[in-house]
Design a protein around this ligand. Structure first.
Ligand code: FPP
Length: 247
């Protein structure tokens, strides 16, 4: 969710005004994903590197997050959204952790959209943590090194309960992954939106999904091998969505 600061600066406003408006984009995107039947949405809300920002911006962001959770949890619950987090959430301020725990607990049995908030998250942190966990398992005699496959490794990542992302949307025209889901996005389709995050609303989400629907995902194979049969069975893990142009 990039470009909050630039959106605000362009209007002569403080950076936090961009983050504030960014919450509106979060609200609209989450609602639209729920309505479209998206099963998993992960929002990169705060990276480990973001802790290096000026203290006042970090604390305003934490307050904003807390307020958004407090204001939105009832609606998320009513809309059957299940909230979870990935990241080093133990670094978050106590009040944010309490609010998160409340949201996660209250929405824990919901069966609609799985909304995952990446908070104090970085891809390298996730991979390093997985390596540590596997090494502990090997040295404890529970895992034979020869049995470590990609699937076993993925099972030690913070995303073990989620499929890999089909589509990665980055806003503000930047062509970078910025330490997001490094392992998990190996074969994700990328969509770079020119819009700053505060301008990103469901119309641009539809554009991204429509663009995605015209991609050919070959996973290293050739076209003939992945071209759909006349009656195509859905590939495992692929999001089944209504065609956005029919909405
Ligand atoms: C990046 O823009 C954005 C962030 C670091 C914060 C994102 C947070 C929110 C949208 C609000 C809270 C989130 C939830 C889930 C309610 P930037 O500040 O790096 O923008 P810039 O690159 O233009 O400076």
């Amino acid at each position: 969710m990039d470009g909050n600061g630039r959106w605000a600066q362009q209007r002569g406003l403080p950076r936090i005004a961009g983050h504030n408006e960014g919450v509106e984009s979060v609200r609209d995107t989450v609602e639209a994903c729920g309505q479209l039947g998206v099963k998993y949405l992960t929002l990169y809300a705060f990276s480990i590197e973001n802790w290096k920002r000026p203290d006042d911006e970090v604390s305003l962001l934490m307050r904003l997050l807390m307020r958004a959770l407090r204001d939105e949890t009832d609606k998320l619950h009513r809309n059957n959204v299940r909230v979870s987090t990935i990241g080093e959430t133990s670094s978050l301020p106590r009040e944010v952790r309490d609010e998160l725990l409340d949201t996660i607990t209250r929405t824990g049995n919901n069966t609609g959209l799985n909304l995952c908030l990446a908070l104090s998250y970085s891809g390298r942190w996730d991979i390093t943590r997985a390596v540590r966990s596997i090494v502990e398992s090997v040295t404890g005699g529970k895992t034979d090194p020869g049995s470590i496959t990609e699937e076993v490794f993925a099972g030690h990542l913070s995303t073990r309960e989620m499929p890999d992302p089909d589509l990665l949307i980055r806003t503000s025209g930047e062509n970078r992954i910025s330490n997001f889901l490094l392992w998990q996005t190996a074969y994700s389709e990328l969509y770079i939106s020119k819009l700053y995050w505060p301008e990103f609303r469901r119309e641009e989400l539809y554009n991204a999904i429509e663009d995605y629907q015209h991609r050919e995902r070959r996973f290293g194979m050739v076209s003939e091998q992945v071209r759909p049969d006349p009656v195509p069975p859905p590939p495992p893990g692929r999001i089944e969505l209504k065609n956005v142009s029919e909405l």
